[in-house]
Design a protein. Structure first.
Length: 52
């Protein structure tokens, strides 16, 4: 196995991993949909609950 073959395999692995992460994130966001009744985003912490 040459260095070029290893580079090719590593690039394929990186591409597959990236696609997997993108697809998983997309499926999670579709499954959640608009039914998130908390009204906040994932970066909004519990300190936003004090306003209610």
């Amino acid at each position: 196995m040459t260095q070029q073959d290893l580079l090719f395999l590593v690039l394929i692995l990186i591409t597959l991993s990236t696609l997997t992460v993108i697809i998983v994130q997309w499926v999670r966001s579709r499954r959640r949909g608009g039914s998130d009744d908390r009204g906040g985003n994932w970066w909004e912490g519990p300190w936003d609950e004090d306003k209610r």
